[in-house]
Ligand binder design. Structure first.
Ligand code: GPP
Ligand code: MG
Ligand code: MG
Ligand code: MG
Length: 360
């Protein structure tokens, strides 16, 4: 998510947040549940290699994003509390924020293997780094397990610990289910564009993106505030709608964004993804345009990709997207303003302003 014009994360919050990454990393490297080799003679070779892989893996994959999901936990908790946070409260909100960034790192490391992507956050995808390869699959699992270890260390004594674990488990299950839908609809040998409709699209993105990117940070802040998540179904629905809008932006940027700015090269056309753009093109195109899409979508040949992109341009999908963006914003603002709680309105608006018209 971009730092939107109206929702720029406070510089000091981000600096504090970044500092806590170093604490968590140091704790994980000293985790007594896994002894790094301690044989003095082999220290240079073995211990160094073990620690180095873990360090490089964390630094390469965890802190390099926009950090908006993580920072949102702190912002949301502040707004919900309504008073200044103590140092300890800031620390705990940062730790939860980092758990979401760890979750995101875990998903992205694996998603890039599954999507056969090339770059991420302006660097090679982790699995493409020399000497990493499919070790990246296990690194993804390690990242996921780090979350449980961080939560255990810092939240075990909290009354909401069980709810926190349950929340991360539920959201992970929803995301993996969404990823499954994303992957099975693009399965080679079953490429059939006629199944790409708006309801199919919405279901995929709600699960693969919206819960973990939007609901999770606010749900973490609510749990820290002592709330019962069952009482916030309306808030969840608004966040899921916001997450859907966010993934539409991601799909738009995959084709029309600047790779230098978004830090990744789009692969949705090559991968036969059920992207918002192709769903729109199928709804708006005439028979001959749909025929060209059927013949060229999902092929890695650059000439085929170019034909798909030229249909998108002929159908003026950039402006169709801008109109969708305007309408989504209006609808989201009106459902937010129908919310009875002012602090929650502020939480939701601050989230929306972080992503509205984002370029990356
Ligand atoms: C984003 O899809 C979805 C995810 C990153 C969830 C992955 C879930 C797993 C269980 C691995 P995307 O492929 O459009 O994202 P991007 O464009 O960033 O590659
Ligand atoms: Mg994907
Ligand atoms: Mg991807
Ligand atoms: Mg994408």
């Amino acid at each position: 998510m971009a730092d939107g014009a109206n929702g720029r994360a406070g510089g000091d919050v981000k600096a504090i947040f970044r500092q806590i990454y170093l604490t968590l990393k140091a704790e994980l490297l000293e985790d007594p549940a896994f002894d790094f080799t301690d044989d003095a003679r082999q220290w240079i070779d073995k211990k160094k290699r073990e620690i180095l892989h873990m360090l490089q893996m964390l630094d390469y994959n965890v802190p390099g994003g926009k950090l908006n999901r993580g920072i949102s936990v702190i912002d949301s908790y502040k707004l919900l509390k309504g008073t200044e946070l103590s140092d300890n409260e800031v620390f705990l909100a940062c730790v939860l924020g980092w758990c979401i960034e760890w979750l995101q790192a875990y998903f992205l490391v694996l998603d890039d293997i599954m999507d056969n992507s090339h770059t991420r956050r302006g660097q090679l995808c982790w699995f493409r780094v020399e000497k990493v390869g499919l070790i990246a699959a296990n690194d993804g699992i390690i990242l996921r397990n780090h979350i449980s270890r961080i939560l255990k260390r810092h939240f075990r004594e909290k009354p909401y610990y069980v709810d926190l674990l349950d929340l991360f488990n539920e959201v992970e299950f929803q995301t993996a289910s969404g990823q499954m839908l994303d992957l099975i609809t693009t399965h080679e040998g079953e490429q059939d564009l006629s199944k790409y409709t708006m309801p199919v699209y919405r279901r995929i993105v709600q699960y693969k993106t919206a819960y973990y990117s939007f609901y999770l940070p606010v749900a973490c802040a609510l749990l820290m505030s002592g709330e019962n998540l069952d009482n916030f179904v309306d808030v969840k629905n608004i966040l899921v709608a916001m997450g859907t809008y966010f993934q539409v932006q991601d799909d738009y940027l995959d084709c029309f964004g600047d790779p230098e700015v978004i830090g990744k090269i789009g692969t949705d056309i090559e991968d036969f993804k059920c992207s918002w753009l192709v769903v729109q093109a199928l709804e708006l195109g005439n028979e001959s345009q749909k025929k060209i899409l059927t013949e060229n979508y999902g092929k890695s040949d650059p000439a085929c990709v170019a034909k798909v992109k030229s249909i998108y341009k002929d159908l003026d999908l950039q402006n169709v997207f801008f109109e969708y963006e305007r309408l989504s914003y209006e609808q989201l603002i009106s459902s937010i303003e129908a919310q009875p709680s002012k602090p929650l309105q502020d939480v939701l608006k601050s989230f929306l302003h972080k992503i509205y018209k984002r370029q990356k």
